[in-house]
Design a protein around this ligand. Structure first.
Ligand SMILES: NC(=O)C1=CN([C@@H]2O[C@H](COP(=O)(O)OP(=O)(O)OC[C@H]3O[C@@H](n4cnc5c(N)ncnc54)[C@H](OP(=O)(O)O)[C@@H]3O)[C@@H](O)[C@H]2O)C=CC1
Ligand SMILES: CC(=O)N[C@@H](CCC(=O)OP(=O)(O)O)C(=O)O
Length: 347
């Protein structure tokens, strides 16, 4: 079978190089174009020596004709770039997976409020599919445009899904307390990302509003067929990779710890990239580093009426590039775990 021809727009950021790492060993896909305007002409393995021996490609300017010759184009670019190029690519028969947020929120007024720009291609929103396979696998198979979920939204939605679909928690009082490593802020040079600003510290940010809030709420609303009320507080932790989300809900039914465990295991038993760990285990970002797994555990502390879920992912893999490759695999009818069978790095 011919390999899927892949183009990547924006190859010099962390998600771009993570796509290259994952696709280097993909049995059914080949990267044929990778763009960077600032590094055009630079061999990718010179800029990222971890890729030496895997790629002969050099970065090139984003050339529409080259991208139109691909089967699928990933956008690993800042918000606002994919929406300017996607209509032409789709018209040319290319499938698009956007790792940024251009297509993630259906209500464009809400999107414009949070992202502070006007949307470049409202007409394409009708056919966009939100690329969370554990919710929308069937639609992803046929999709031409995928909105790859954000990193926090992936960890939070997967953790809440079993409880919400089973109607077990008070949807007016959901809490997501989430922490991310610094690679979530991207590779661009910024004072806030300096080692002296981020090491040996731990802070909450975006408490009055983070752009992932409307994305998460949209997904949770779809799970309940109504409107949830969520308090979402992200934190920055002094690690490089990893997101941990501790989720709280007030139980509306008397379910035992064992019933909760069974609910979570039954929800995800067929999922290749969700691992429900045994009761009382401790999902740790180190258990998913470099892998596409989301590991989680569910607890009912002291038998009280609060249920707690902890959910961990690698923000650059299941939270970005890995989930994007998983979506490509589903779209092209490949093995869902092709190129994604990495064991997490320990320690
Ligand atoms: N870091 C993370 O954990 C996650 C990130 N994301 C999202 O993925 C996207 C990429 O993030 P990250 O990898 O951190 O990337 P960076 O923001 O660090 O890099 C962006 C890349 O896009 C290219 N680019 C910038 N502007 C344009 C443009 N107008 N046209 C074409 N290319 C452009 C840049 O190259 P050049 O300017 O040379 O062309 C560069 O290669 C972002 O939207 C981010 O929010 C999603 C989930 C998780
Ligand atoms: C630690 C950190 O700064 N994280 C980023 C979120 C990661 C990201 O890039 O968000 P998208 O998935 O929407 O692209 C932030 O809070 O803005």
């Amino acid at each position: 079978m011919a390999k899927v021809k892949v183009g990547i727009v924006g190859g010099t950021g962390y998600t771009g190089v993570e796509l290259l790492r994952l696709l280097a060993n993909h049995p059914n896909a080949e990267v044929v174009a990778i763009t960077s305007r600032s590094e055009a002409g630079m061999p990718v393995a010179e800029m990222f020596p971890n890729l030496r021996g895997f790629y002969d490609l050099a970065f090139s300017e984003p050339n529409p004709d080259v991208l139109k010759a691909c089967d699928v184009v990933f956008f690993a670019t800042p918000h606002g770039v994919a929406m300017s190029m996607t209509p032409d690519l789709v018209e040319a028969g290319v499938r698009v997976i956007d790792l940024a947020a251009d297509f993630r929120i259906n209500d464009l007024e809400v999107w414009e409020d949070w992202y502070g720009m006007s949307h470049g291609c409202p007409s394409i929103m009708d056919e966009v599919v939100y690329g969370l396979p554990e919710m929308f696998r069937e639609k992803i198979k046929e999709a031409r445009v995928i909105a790859n979920p954000g990193c926090y939204p992936t960890a939070v939605q997967l953790g809440f899904q079993p409880l919400l679909k089973a109607g077990l928690v008070d949807i007016d009082h959901l809490i997501a307390d989430a922490k991310s490593g610094i690679s979530g802020a991207g590779r661009g040079a910024k004072v806030e990302s300096l080692a002296a600003e981020t090491s040996e510290g731990f802070k909450a940010y975006g408490i009055n509003g983070h752009r992932h809030l409307p994305e998460i709420v949209q997904g949770l609303n779809a799970m309940v067929g109504g409107k949830v009320n969520l308090t979402f507080v992200p934190h920055l932790i002094p690690t490089i990779r990893g997101i941990e989300a501790t989720l709280y809900g007030k139980l509306t039914k008397n379910v035992s710890q064992q019933e909760l465990q069974e609910l979570f295991e039954n929800t995800y038993c067929e999922e290749p990239f969700v691992d429900v760990m045994p009761a009382n285990s401790q999902p740790d970002t180190r258990l998913v580093k470099g892998s596409n797994m989301c590991r989680m555990a569910v607890y009912r502390p002291s038998g009280g009426d609060i249920v707690v879920v902890t959910s961990v992912i690698d923000n650059l893999v299941k939270g970005a590039a890995g989930q994007a490759v998983q979506n490509m695999n589903i779209m092209f009818d490949l093995e869902e775990n092709a190129g994604l069978n990495h064991v997490a790095l320990l320690p």
